[in-house]
Design a protein around this ligand. Structure first.
Ligand code: SAM
Ligand code: SF4
Ligand code: F3S
Length: 488
């Protein structure tokens, strides 16, 4: 497998395809007497969301818009995730549904991309059981999408396009239609070299490769110029950013450069692998006011024996050392984590180790997962898989403990006034706004009539910064009342 960087010259063919598609879609919509539309469904993590924002950007350049109803669309794309088994069941369920739609609209184009398409069995299943899927491509080829789509609409066979090459296209040259006004996603690296024994990502996303420092900084500067208040630097292991790049720049260099750009109120990043995070990063988090005071530090297990079997090269002592150091340097900060329950061979004692670290670290939030066998990974071959009922019982105990800690963390916020970045209307009421603190706590709050912006509906407050008095803790959020808007 090789890593290939794609520059301006390498993208020329794509922009030619975009212009051909624009003409083609214009003619088709004239014949049909209605605009051509697309529907893009995204599953999985923020890296997939970032890929989808590029697909949205390319569609915009082709002159076509999203469909108001997914089932009315002329082009449907499913951007899939393979990290756990249930994602696969969902995809094949959805594909069944499209058979009827395609019967109604024979010109409909159905495309599937994302991490699941790097698993050969899934591609074979599509070939065999879903002949009406028109295009299949992998995450390495997002930048190739225009030519892949052009070939698909001008040829009449199923177009399966999976590559062995790990491309890294210069993101600043690719059109990106950002889907949120309050947060811009900025991948700083792609792929993963860690091969944790449970995880499929290194197989789906290929080898680790970092974007050029100057390209990332240029993108950040233009985001600040556009008025974004929050950026999220993304990578499977951001602390190894820059390895292998000729400019010798590291993640701390990038964080400092981001912090020096005027305009950002919050610079977030994820994920941090405990094996690579340095004291320097924690110090930058403490000293730079616009770096978010929140560390996402996946633990996976609180058993040293299991961490070894997981191929996670740190132990619980090292993990707790990072937690303690962060709490010391950033006392007002928060920590979240990822934990897997039921990894092969997990004993009650191992599980108690996890419960113990959860109690000691006092996580402000945790993403907890039941272990899911991923064919092709080392852990899938391990003999001592844990029965489902044991996993669900342990999972319930972990969730109960973690829920208590989240509630405690929310209670500690009551009485404070904090800066909130508004994310939009709350899911429960059109009169309540939702947003997050610098520590990533979720806050739902009301806006007193006299503080409302004249002629601006609450639904358009997304992306604004304000101060909110935090009045009441709920199990998963904090309630509050807006006190004032923060102007630049
Ligand atoms: N690169 C990140 C890291 O190492 O922290 C993790 C990215 S992964 C997409 C997100 C989380 O999914 C992992 O931290 C892990 O907890 C979970 N995960 C990955 N493979 C899994 C599996 N086979 N079963 C259950 N959870 C899994
Ligand atoms: Fe998966 Fe481990 Fe890579 Fe994270 S670091 S993506 S868990 S292999
Ligand atoms: Fe992300 Fe899922 Fe791929 S979590 S990297 S979309 S397997």
């Amino acid at each position: 497998m090789s890593i290939v960087r794609v520059d301006e010259e390498g993208l020329k063919q794509q922009w030619k395809a975009v212009s051909e598609l624009r003409d083609l879609f214009f003619n088709i919509s004239a014949t049909k007497g209605r605009p051509i539309t697309y529907n893009l469904r995204t599953y999985g993590c923020q890296l997939n969301e970032a890929d989808s924002e590029k697909l949205h950007g390319m569609f915009a350049k082709m002159g076509i818009n999203p469909a108001s109803e997914g089932s009315d669309a002329d082009i449907v794309i499913l951007n899939t995730c393979a990290v756990r088994e249930n994602a696969e069941d969902r995809l094949f369920g959805n594909l069944g549904e499209f058979k009827t739609l395609k019967k109604k609209n024979r010109d409909m184009v159905i495309a599937v991309c994302g991490c699941m398409m790097k698993v050969p069995e899934n591609v074979e299943r599509i070939k065999k059981s879903f002949p009406y899927v028109d295009l299949v491509f992998d995450p390495q080829q997002i930048h190739n999408f225009p030519t892949l789509l052009l070939n698909t609409v001008t040829e009449s066979h199923q177009n399966i396009n999976i590559t062995d090459t790990d491309y890294i296209a210069d993101d600043k040259l690719i059109p990106i239609a950002r889907q949120r006004r309050f947060r811009a996603l900025v991948p700083i690296m792609y792929g993963c070299n860690n091969f944790c024994s449970f995880c499929i990502v290194p197989y789906t996303r290929g080898r680790e490769r970092s974007r050029d420092f100057d390209s990332v900084v240029a993108e950040l500067q233009s985001l600040a110029d556009e008025g974004y208040k929050e950026v999220m630097l993304l990578g499977q292991n951001v602390n190894s950013y820059g390895k292998g790049n000729p400019d010798g720049k590291t993640f701390p260099d990038l964080l400092r450069a981001a912090a020096s750009i005027k305009g950002f109120s919050r610079i977030r990043f994820m994920s941090s692998h405990p094996k690579d995070i340095s004291d320097e990063v924690l110090e930058i988090m403490a000293s730079e006011p616009n770096i978010e005071k929140h560390l996402h530090l996946p633990l996976q297990s609180g058993s040293d024996r299991l961490l070894k079997k997981m191929n996670r090269p740190y132990d619980t002592a090292k993990y707790m050392h990072i937690v303690d150091r962060f709490r010391e340097l950033v006392p007002e900060g928060s920590i979240s984590t990822d934990i897997i329950v039921g990894f092969p061979g997990e004993t009650e004692e191992d599980f108690q180790g996890t419960m113990d670290i959860v109690r000691r670290a006092r996580f402000d939030a945790a993403f907890t997962f039941q272990y899911s066998i991923r064919p092709g990974t080392k852990a899938a071959e391990m003999e001592d898989q844990i029965p489902h009922d044991v996993v669900t019982e342990r999972f319930g105990r972990l969730l109960a403990l973690q829920n208590d800690l989240v509630f405690e963390s929310n209670k500690a916020k009551v009485g404070k006034t904090e800066e909130i970045l508004i994310e939009g209307l709350s899911s429960t009421s059109d009169d309540i706004l939702t947003g997050r603190t610098k520590t990533n706590h979720l806050v739902n709050f009301t806006v007193p009539e006299e503080l409302r912006l004249p002629d601006v509906p609450l639904s358009s407050y997304e992306g604004l910064l304000c101060e909110v008095k935090l009045t009441k803790a709920k199990p998963y959020s904090v309630e509050g009342v807006l006190e004032r808007f923060i102007n630049d």
